[in-house]
Write a protein that binds this ligand. Structure first.
Ligand code: SAH
Ligand code: ZN
Length: 706
C-alpha cells in the first residue's frame, strides 16, 4: 500500500525521497505556488520551478551520504561477487535483477563481477534517467538494461521488461527501520514474479536487534509530564494523553550520540527476528517473542533498535547498524545518516526486577515495526500497532514534547510570570500548543487568552484546559493575531503578551519571529505598560568544522572504481534550484568542533513593531581554531527577563575552540553550509552580512572567509 508508505515517509521525514513518486515532470516549466510564509503568517505567491519538489527531495535526501558509505559499498560489492561465483559454481548462468538501482551502482558491480545478464529497475524517474547516463558513461550500456519502473510493475517474458526470471537480486531498499521503505512487499513480489526458486539475494538476510532500556531522556520525548509550579498545583496532562500509546511513526536518531550515562540497559541486545531475503519465507505481517533476563531493577521505557545484514549466504560478510557503543568496530564504526537507529516507546512504563524474565515482542506489518514488553507472555495474536488517540502525539513532534517537559526552560518562564501576573491581568499567549496560558492561569490570572489557529492543536489545548479545571480562566481563540476582531478583549488592553515563541510551521529557528509579527498586529490592543515576553531575540552563530555532516554536500566522484559524477551534478543542480543553502538540523546528533566563539548576528526588539524597511547587519568574527569551515550554525536566543535568556542553541557560551557544545536537543538549529569548505587558521577573519526583509519575512546570509 503506497498510501501508508507515503504517509509514513512524510511523518518520519524521509531520508531518501518519496519512494512512491512514480513519474515526474522534468521540463523546466516555472509556475506560481501559493504558500503560507512561516514568519509573517500571510499567504504569498512564489514562482517555483515545476520540478521544485523533487529537486528538493534530491537535494535534501541522504542519497549522497549513502553513496559515501564505504563499508556499505564494499560489502555489497563482495556480496555480489560471491553470489555470482556461487551461481557459476552451480554450473548456471548468473542473471541479475537489481531492484532500486539508484546510480546504477549494484548493476555495474554485477557486470564487472562477470554477471551473464543484468537488468536494473528504478521507481524514481529522474534517478532512473541518471542511472542510464552513468551506466553508459562507465561503458556498460550494452551490458545493463535499465527499466524505469517500480519492481512490482516489471514484466517478465520474451516481450517483457526482462526476458526471464533472475537468479541474483542485489537490492538496497532498507531504511533505519529496515522495512520502512517497502522491503517486505518488494521481496515478496519479487519471489512470486521475478525470481527463480534457487536465487541468491544480496543481502542474503537481516537480523533485527532490540535492547530494552530505561531512560528519562527517551521517556520525555513520549509523554507529557506534570508541570510543577512552585506554590501552586501543577499542570497535568489529561488522562487520555497519559494512556495514549503515542505516535505510530518511528523515531530515528543517531544513537551513538546518546551516551551510556543517559540510559540504563534493562536487557542486553536481543536478536528479535530474521528476514531471509533469499528464501523470502516471511509474510506481510509477523510477530516474534523473545524471553530475556532483566539485568538490573528498573523501568522499561522503550526499545533501542538496529539491525545487521548478512551479505553472503555463509554469513561471513556482515554489516551492522549498531550504535558505536554496541558496535563490533566501536568508535571505528562507519558513520552514516541514511541508516541510523530507531527508538520505540512502550505504551506504559513497566517496573521490573533484576533476574526476572520478561517477554519482548516485535510485531511488524508491511512497512513498520512496533514493540511490547510484559511480565507474562503476550498472546500470540496480533498486537495493535500504536496509534495516537489523544491528538497530542499528532500535533507535537517528539522534540516538542521534550521541550514542553524541559523543567529548566519552563521554570524560567514560570519565574518571570510569577513576578508579573496578577488576578486581573489580561494575558495573551501567542504560540502553538503552549503551556504558558495554563501556567499564567495557575498563577492566578483569570483573563487568559491563547491564540490557537491550528485546529488540531486547539483541540489538544482545550483538553488540557478542561482537565486542569481552567475553563473559566482561559479562552481559546481560533484566529491568528491578524484576524482578531477589534472588540475581542472587550475594550480591555493586554497587560502581558507572552510567547515561547514556538510555532508548528517553523522550520528554521528565525521562523518563530512570527511572534513579532503577531505582536505588531496586536499593537493597538496593548496597554502602554504592557509586558512583552520575550522582549527581545537575538540571532547567534558559530563557525563549525563537522566531523561528518559535511558529507551531505561533498561530491561523491568515484565509488569502488565507478564514476558517478553525473549524479553529483544532478544533486548540485537540484540544490541550486531548491535553494537549500540553510538547512535545519538537530545538531546534538552531529559532532563538530567550533572554529570561532559564538557571536551575535543581529537583534530583534519585540517591544517595538516589526520595521518596514530591510535591516542589514554586518560584522567580522575572529577565527580561533584551525580547520575546515564547513558552515555556520545559527540559532535564536530569547530574552524573557533582565538577565534570563532562553537558548535554542548551545547551553553555555563557547569562548574557545571546543567539541563540547551541548546543543539544545529540543530545537533544530540552522546550518548555513559553506560548500567550498575553506581552511581557516587562528587570527583569520570571517565576515558576515545578514539582511532581514520584513515585508517578505525572510533572512538572507552571506559569509565570507577572509
Ligand atoms: N541501489 C542503489 C540505490 C539504493 S537507494 C545503491 O545501492 O546505491 C534505493 C533506491 O531504490 C531508491 O532510488 C528508490 O527509489 C528505489 N526503490 C525502492 N523500492 C523500489 C522498488 N520496489 N522498485 C524500484 N525501485 C525501488
Ligand atoms: Zn496521543
Amino acid at each position: 500500500m503506497y498510501t501508508s508508505s507515503l504517509t509514513r515517509r512524510v511523518i518520519s521525514n524521509t531520508r531518501r525521497w518519496a519512494i512512491s513518486m512514480s513519474s515526474s515532470e522534468t521540463s523546466e516549466m516555472r509556475h506560481l505556488l501559493a504558500r503560507v510564509n512561516p514568519m509573517t503568517g500571510s499567504n504569498e505567491w512564489v514562482v517555483e520551478d515545476a520540478t521544485y519538489d523533487y529537486h528538493q527531495e534530491i537535494a535534501r535526501s541522504a542519497y549522497t551520504d549513502m553513496l559515501h558509505d564505504d563499508e556499505r559499498n564494499k560489502k555489497y560489492y563482495e556480496g555480489i561477487r560471491r553470489a555470482i561465483r556461487v551461481m557459476h559454481e552451480r554450473g548456471k548462468k548468473a542473471h541479475v535483477l537489481d531492484i532500486g538501482t539508484g546510480t546504477g551502482l549494484l548493476s555495474m558491480m554485477s557486470a564487472e563481477s562477470g554477471a551473464d545478464s543484468v537488468h536494473a529497475c528504478e521507481a524514481f524517474e529522474p534517478i532512473a534517467e541518471a542511472a542510464k547516463k552513468i551506466i553508459a558513461e562507465n561503458g556498460f550500456a550494452d551490458k545493463i538494461k535499465v527499466v524505469s519502473k517500480r519492481s512490482t510493475e516489471v514484466t517478465v517474458g520474451p516481450d517483457g521488461d526482462i526476458p526471464h526470471r533472475a537468479n541474483i537480486l542485489p537490492a538496497e531498499v532498507f531504511d533505519t527501520e529496515l522495512i520502512g521503505e517497502g522491503a517486505v512487499p518488494t521481496y515478496l513480489h519479487a519471489h512470486r514474479h521475478l525470481l527463480q526458486e534457487d536465487c541468491i539475494c544480496v543481502p542474503h538476510s537481516a537480523t533485527v536487534y532490540a535492547q530494552v532500556i530505561q531512560s528519562d531522556l527517551i521517556w520525555e520525548w513520549h509523554k507529557l509530564q506534570p508541570i510543577k509550579i512552585p506554590g501552586h498545583s501543577s499542570v497535568k496532562p489529561p488522562a487520555k494523553m497519559d494512556a495514549c500509546s503515542g505516535a505510530a511513526s518511528v523515531h530515528d536518531i543517531q544513537l551513538s550520540q546518546v551516551s551510556p550515562e543517559q540510559f540504563q540497559p534493562i536487557t542486553s541486545p536481543l536478536a528479535m527476528m530474521d528476514f531471509n531475503f533469499s528464501r523470502g519465507d516471511f509474510r506481510e505481517s509477523g510477530l516474534a517473542t523473545v524471553d530475556a533476563d532483566v539485568l538490573t531493577e528498573g523501568i522499561c521505557h522503550g526499545i533501542f533498535m538496529w539491525w545487521d545484514l548478512s551479505m553472503d549466504t555463509e554469513g561471513e560478510i556482515r554489516l551492522s547498524t549498531a550504535p558505536s557503543w554496541a558496535h563490533p568496530d566501536g568508535e571505528e564504526a562507519q558513520w552514516r545518516d541514511h541508516w541510523m537507529q530507531a527508538v520505540y516507546f512502550f505504551d506504559q512504563p513497566l517496573q521490573v526486577q533484576k533476574g526476572e524474565r520478561i517477554h519482548v515482542t516485535l510485531s511488524h506489518d508491511d512497512y513498520s515495526m512496533w514493540f511490547n514488553v510484559g511480565h507474562t507472555e503476550l498472546p500470540k495474536v496480533d498486537i495493535e500497532r500504536p496509534i495516537c488517540r489523544c491528538g497530542a502525539h499528532v500535533v507535537w513532534s517528539r522534540p516538542r514534547i521534550g521541550m514542553l517537559n524541559d523543567a529548566t526552560r519552563t521554570g524560567k518562564y514560570t519565574q518571570v510570570l510569577q513576578k508579573v501576573v496578577k488576578k486581573e491581568s489580561l494575558c495573551v499567549s501567542i504560540s502553538d500548543g503552549s503551556m504558558l496560558p495554563l501556567i499564567a492561569a495557575r498563577l492566578g490570572a483569570t483573563q487568559v487568552y491563547t491564540l490557537e489557529p491550528n485546529s488540531l492543536c486547539r483541540r489538544v489545548m482545550e483538553d488540557m484546559i478542561k482537565s486542569n479545571n481552567l475553563i473559566d480562566d482561559i479562552t481559546v481563540l481560533n484566529q491568528n493575531a491578524q484576524e482578531l476582531p477589534n472588540e475581542i478583549f472587550k475594550n480591555q488592553k493586554i497587560d502581558v503578551l507572552m510567547g515561547e515563541p514556538f510555532f508548528i510551521s517553523s522550520i528554521l529557528p528565525w521562523h518563530n519571529l512570527h511572534f513579532w509579527y503577531a505582536r505588531t498586529a496586536l499593537a493597538s490592543h496593548l496597554a502602554d505598560s504592557a509586558l512583552i515576553l520575550p522582549c527581545c531575540a537575538r540571532l547567534r552563530g558559530v563557525a563549525l568544522e563537522f566531523e561528518h555532516l559535511w558529507k551531505f554536500h561533498a561530491p561523491v566522484g568515484d565509488i569502488e572504481g565507478f564514476d558517478v559524477r553525473i549524479f553529483d551534478s544532478l544533486v548540485q543542480r537540484s540544490s541550486h534550484i531548491s535553494d537549500a543553502a540553510t538547512e535545519p538540523h538537530h545538531l546534538w546528533e552531529y559532532p563538530s568542533r567550533t572554529l570561532t566563539a559564538d557571536f551575535d548576528l543581529t537583534e530583534f526588539d519585540f517591544t517595538r513593531r516589526v520595521p518596514t524597511d530591510t535591516v542589514v547587519q554586518k560584522g567580522t568574527v575572529e577565527v580561533l581554531g584551525d580547520g575546515l569551515c564547513h558552515g555556520i550554525a545559527l540559532w535564536m536566543e530569547y530574552q524573557i527577563d533582565e538577565n534570563t535568556w532562553i537558548s535554542t542553541g548551545p547551553s553555555h557560551p563557547l569562548p574557545s575552540p571546543t567539541r563540547d557544545l551541548r546543543w539544545d536537543r529540543h530545537s533544530k538549529q540552522g546550518v548555513h553550509f559553506i560548500k567550498s569548505n575553506p581552511r581557516v587558521t587562528p587570527g583569520g577573519k570571517i565576515h558576515f552580512e545578514v539582511s532581514f526583509n520584513p515585508s517578505q519575512g525572510s533572512l538572507h546570509f552571506n559569509f565570507e572567509v577572509l
